[in-house]
Design a binder for this molecule. Structure first.
Ligand SMILES: [Zn+2]
Length: 412
């Protein structure tokens, strides 16, 4: 991709509306467009990151045996009345009537709808267990939307639902999702902590939250700096007896053992081995996809801008062409890298080197490559690793090997 032809419009100024670091950087580096308070459009850079986040999630969900579907964003209020959650979530639901006076809402979550779908088709224990998931936009009428994508009226979630005949089978699925979530959050390079949680309005028994320490967090956990342990209650550290300190945390994932709350209320039964009617035993598993984008931006950045992990960076590298006459060479390098699965943003703009460096740091490409004045004699490309600032000189025909080695090192 040539920068000169791209729709990337970074700003030199800090946006006045920014409420926190990630909000500022995502607006300034042109990942997001603020439509209105709590409502955002994803611009090309932001959309590339979201798609990479989704790719990581989908890969692990498929490995866990889950099947993807896409439910409707508009839901009839009738299905919410069955569980009583039309009242529980009344305050945050966007409700409206269509021309036939049907009462509808924009889905704030999908437990009711998935239960309606599954009960229509699952009638026997032989069809169980299974896990269904979707990546979908959800809507909540937030009283105080803030911190950009952290608390917005419209946000993207991955929500998965497991259906089992027995509690043991639910627990097996729950464990499988727990481990899947660890793999997913590891890929995002998030410094997360898993905390036992209160199931709250979702109902059910066990529940765990995946939390990331960040100044803008709305939950508090207690942290031992010596042992890196987190606790729900203030009390000395169980390992070293040292003082713990309060830390604000952002929830990026939440898993629940729902049990039979929804299947009983919505009459979702299957026949067991003895031909007896049994309610489906459910679990649900959420990841705040757009919130992950913000959480990574909030925690992985420095004074110069964003620092994306390789797994979700909008481009694998930026190539700054600092001498004229090398654009064709740059395009050849791009097509070669693309064949090997690496994406490149070629900064071919007629701008001073300082502007190109500033934008490359601000956008946060994992590698910044430079074709400068040394290239003519040596055919060597200067490479800077964004995260560590390490610099390398790599012969042009060794660039793919270099990137592959770097990616392998990280995967291991
Ligand atoms: Zn300790």
């Amino acid at each position: 991709m040539l920068y000169s032809k791209s729709f990337i419009n970074t700003s030199r100024e800090d946006p006045k509306v920014a409420e926190c670091k990630s909000h500022k950087l995502l607006l300034k580096a042109n990942f997001l467009y603020m439509v209105s308070s709590g409502i955002y459009s994803y611009l090309p850079l932001g959309w590339r990151v979201l798609n990479k986040i989704n790719k990581v999630i989908k890969k692990q969900m498929v490995l866990a045996g889950a099947q993807e579907l896409l439910m409707s964003a508009i839901q009839p209020i009738d299905i919410w009345k069955k569980t009583g959650r039309d009242k529980d979530l009344e305050e945050v639901m966007f409700k409206f009537k269509d021309r036939k006076s049907r009462e509808l809402c924009l889905g704030p979550t999908h437990e009711e709808e998935i239960t309606e779908i599954v009960k229509r088709y699952a009638t026997s224990y032989k069809q169980l267990p299974f896990i269904l998931y979707q990546i979908q936009t959800k809507f909540r009428d937030e009283p105080r939307p803030r911190f950009g994508l952290m608390r917005s009226s419209e946000f993207i979630m991955k929500d998965a639902y497991s259906f089992s005949l027995t509690q043991q089978c639910l627990e097996d699925n729950y464990q499988k999702m727990y481990k899947t979530y660890e793999k997913i959050f590891d890929k995002f390079r998030l410094n997360y902590f898993i905390s036992e949680a209160d199931p709250g309005a979702m109902g059910g028994s066990a529940s765990h939250e995946f939390m990331v320490p960040a100044e803008i967090g709305e939950d508090i956990l207690y942290f031992c700096p010596g042992c890196n342990n987190y606790y729900k209650e203030k009390g000395r550290c169980a390992s070293c007896q040292g003082e713990t300190e309060a830390k604000k945390m952002v929830e990026v994932g939440h898993i629940f053992q729902l049990g039979t709350k929804y299947s009983m209320a919505q009459e979702a039964f299957v026949l067991d081995q003895q031909g007896k009617r049994k309610p489906l035993i459910m679990g649900c598993y959420g990841i705040g996809v757009s919130r992950v984008l913000s959480a990574v931006a909030e925690t992985a950045s420095d004074s110069r801008g964003l620092v994306w992990p390789k797994s979700i960076a909008p481009f694998d590298a930026s190539l700054l062409v600092l001498e004229s006459g090398w654009n064709q060479e740059a395009l050849e390098l791009e097509s070669w890298l693309e064949k090997e699965g690496f994406s490149l943003l070629i900064d071919d703009r007629k701008e001073p080197a300082g502007v190109k460096f500033n934008d490359a740091y601000l956008i946060g490409h994992p590698y910044i490559m430079i074709i400068g004045k040394n290239y003519r004699g040596s055919a060597k490309i200067e490479v800077e690793k964004r995260e560590t600032g390490q610099k390398f000189e790599i012969a042009k025909d060794k660039i793919v090997d270099f990137l592959k080695d770097e990616h392998n090192t990280e995967s291991n």
